[in-house]
Design a protein around this ligand. Structure first.
Ligand code: TYD
Length: 217
C-alpha cells in the first residue's frame, strides 16, 4: 500500500529558528525513503511568490493583507500541496494558516471571524471531505525578547520583522490560542535552547507519531 501523504507546517515568530530544523527533517524523511516537498508561505508557486513580494514589502490595509495571504495559499494548495499529498509525498511547509491568525489576527488585530471564513473557503476540499489542515504543526515557541536579539544580529527586516516587540508578544499569544483550539495538531517546541536540543524535540515530535520509521536521527 502506498504511503499516505503527510502535511507538516512550521510556525513561530520571526527569529524563532525554523529553517535549519525544516532542512533537518527533510533529510530525515528522505533517509526513511520518503519523497519530500519543501515549500513556504506566503509563496511556493510563481503566482504566490509574486504575492509574497507585494505583501512583505508594500504598505496595505489589513483586509488586503489577509486576502493576499489567502489568495497565495489557495494557489499553493491547488498547484503544489494537494497534488503532492495525492502522490503520497511529505510536504514540509514553512508557515501556513496559523501564521495568518497569529500575524494578521492577533498581531494586527484583524477580525478573526473573517479569517475563519477565509480559512473555510480556501482550505475546502471536494466531495464533503474535511477542511485541509496540517497533519502536524511544529510551533517554535521562543520569547519575543530572545527572538529580537537574534534578528538584530541577522538581516535587514521586512514589514513584519521591523515591528516592535509588543507586536511579537501578540503574535506569540495568537499561536498559543491556535494551539489551544487544536492541541492534537500541534507540537510546541521550547526553542530557547541550544540547537541540538531543539532538534531533538522536533525529531521526537515527528518520530513518536510513527512517521520516521527506519529513519536516522
Ligand atoms: P518568513 O517565513 O519568516 O520568511 P523569511 O525567513 O524569509 O523572513 O517570513 C514571512 C513573513 O510573513 C513573516 O514575518 C510572517 C509573515 N506572514 C504573515 O504575516 N501571515 C501569513 O499568513 C504568513 C504565511 C506569513
Amino acid at each position: 500500500m502506498p504511503s499516505a501523504g503527510l502535511f507538516i507546517t512550521f510556525e513561530g515568530i520571526d527569529g524563532a529558528g525554523k529553517s535549519t530544523h525544516i532542512a533537518g527533517l527533510a533529510d530525515a524523511f528522505r533517509a526513511a525513503g520518503r519523497m519530500v516537498v519543501l515549500t513556504r508561505e506566503p509563496g511556493g508557486t510563481p503566482l504566490a511568490e509574486k504575492l509574497r513580494d507585494l505583501v512583505l514589502n508594500d504598505a496595505m490595509d489589513p483586509l488586503s493583507e489577509a486576502l493576499l495571504m489567502f489568495a497565495a495559499r489557495r494557489d499553493h494548495l491547488q498547484q503544489v500541496i494537494e497534488p503532492a499529498l495525492r502522490r503520497g509525498e511529505v510536504v514540509l511547509c514553512d508557515r501556513f494558516t496559523d501564521a495568518t491568525f497569529a500575524y494578521q489576527g492577533s498581531g494586527r488585530g484583524f477580525d478573526l471571524d473573517v479569517l475563519r471564513q477565509l480559512e473555510q473557503w480556501v482550505q475546502a476540499r471536494p466531495d464533503g471531505e474535511p477542511l485541509r489542515q496540517p497533519d502536524l504543526t511544529v510551533w517554535f515557541d521562543l520569547p519575543p525578547v530572545v527572538a529580537a536579539q537574534r534578528l538584530a544580529a541577522a538581516r535587514s527586516p521586512d514589514r513584519f520583522e521591523s515591528q516592535p516587540q509588543a507586536f511579537f508578544e501578540r503574535v506569540a499569544a495568537g499561536y498559543a490560542a491556535r494551539m489551544t483550539q487544536a492541541p492534537a495538531r500541534f507540537a510546541r517546541i521550547a526553542s530557547d535552547q541550544p540547537k541540538e536540543q531543539v532538534w531533538q524535540q522536533v525529531h521526537t515530535a515527528v518520530a513518536q507519531r510513527g512517521w520516521l520509521k527506519g529513519g536516522a536521527a
